[in-house]
Design a protein around this ligand. Structure first.
Ligand code: GLA
Length: 383
């Protein structure tokens, strides 16, 4: 599949720009557990996957740059000397954002031509935007010899998202997409921005991703609101971030905050602890415990943090009814997108059929089901 993507962008690039491009592949991500913990300096457990974005890119001597989004059949023409976020810019803003943030670092980015295409479902909580940002920052770093490390690059990608897409995201997506490793998930400390790789083998179980096909729009202020609540509460506690808070700390200021804010902060504290428990359960091969933690995570996201939606809750409830599913929860920012499920290998097909049917009956449209491979992060594709 990715080979096909790479071929597509290569061919289209050659047709349009008549030169040989540099090719970058940048993956999307899943997250096993640790949702909305990253911007609280907490822990998350993401992995890069075998779906992503292929970018064909080369320098240009012309006065302007051209970027072609192959899936949409759209081209954006701009000058790197004069970059601003566009109103309703969609994919354009992620790329313009990367260029602008590089310039803020006083890196000289000349004009360039690029063609990109992807196979990560958009708005599904699988980080197509991080894959796009990383793909471009990686390609530009190489082309213009900017000398940035992978750590530098993910911070550029994150700032592009903050300042050009208006989402005050944490670092999880960009990190997982850049640093992903084959067959592994990364236990990520979002304070130090360092991770420990865990080889993943769920024995008789495997991951199933189910997309509600409800498109979330993270810039829809809800995401930024959650972040603000967390920062307000940690501020009242005189802490740098909720990562440093315990339930006892929170209880001390219970009367100074609203019941809703209390629940949200409590969710973050609990979820952060769940990530640690999850990693310990993996070490002990305690697959049952993983399932329990997934369900607990969803419960918190839905009832305390309030970032789920009807369709996501429906999928998790149906998963709970099936003994072949050990655990399930919504994944990513929320308000739509996917659930991640731990499903018995030999029941994978039947559960896929069953859940698809039930979803269709309930909502009168189809959900989509994917299996994913844990894969390498952003990389140059060798010729
Ligand atoms: C989005 C953001 C991430 C993270 C998740 C929720 O994917 O980009 O930084 O906050 O939501 O865990």
């Amino acid at each position: 599949m990715n080979k096909k993507l790479i071929k597509q962008v290569k061919r289209s690039f050659k047709e349009q720009f008549k030169t040989k491009p540099l090719i970058v592949f940048s993956p999307g991500r899943i997250n096993l557990i640790g949702e909305h913990t990253d911007y609280n300096d907490g822990f998350a457990f993401p992995a890069a996957i075998n779906k992503g974005i292929a970018v064909a890119i080369s320098k240009s001597d012309a006065k302007t740059s051209n970027v072609c989004a192959l899936n949409k059949n759209e081209i954006h023409n701009f000058n790197t000397e004069n970059i601003r976020p566009l109103k309703d810019g969609g994919w354009r803003n992620y790329i313009l954002g990367v260029v602008a943030e590089l310039q803020i670092l006083r890196k000289r980015v000349g004009n360039f031509n690029a063609v990109f295409a992807g196979n990560i479902p958009g708005g599904a909580g699988m980080s197509s935007s991080a894959a796009l940002e990383n793909g471009f920052v990686y390609g530009l770093n190489k082309l213009f010899h900017l000398g940035l490390s992978k750590h530098d690059m993910i911070l550029v990608s994150q700032k592009a998202e903050h300042n050009f897409a208006g989402v005050k995201c944490g670092i999880m997506d960009q990190y997982a997409s850049m640093f992903g490793l084959k067959k592994s998930a990364l236990l990520l400390d979002c304070r130090t921005i360092e991770s420990q790789p865990y080889k993943i083998d769920f024995k008789d179980y495997k991951l199933m991703i189910i997309n509600t096909n409800v498109k979330h729009d993270l810039s829809e202020s809800e995401y930024n609101d959650r972040r603000e609540v967390c920062e307000r509460v940690s501020g009242l506690l005189h802490l740098d971030a909720l990562r440093d808070a315990s339930k006892e700390d929170l209880d001390r200021i219970k009367n100074d905050i609203s019941g809703e804010d209390y629940q949200k902060a409590l969710y973050v504290i609990n979820e952060n602890n769940r990530v640690k428990k999850f990693s310990e359960a993996i070490k002990k091969d305690d697959i049952q415990a993983l399932g329990v933690l997934l369900y607990q995570s969803h419960e918190g996201l839905s009832t305390k943090y309030k970032v789920s939606c009807r369709e996501l809750d429906f999928l998790v409830d149906r998963a709970k009814e099936n003994p072949n599913v050990l655990g399930s929860r919504m994944m990513g920012g929320g308000f739509g997108g996917c659930t991640i499920n731990l499903v018995k290998k030999d029941a994978f097909k039947t559960f896929k059929k069953e859940i698809s049917k039930k979803f269709k009956v309930a909502f009168e449209y189809d959900c989509s089901v994917y299996s994913v491979k844990l894969s390498r992060g952003t990389q140059i594709v060798k010729k």
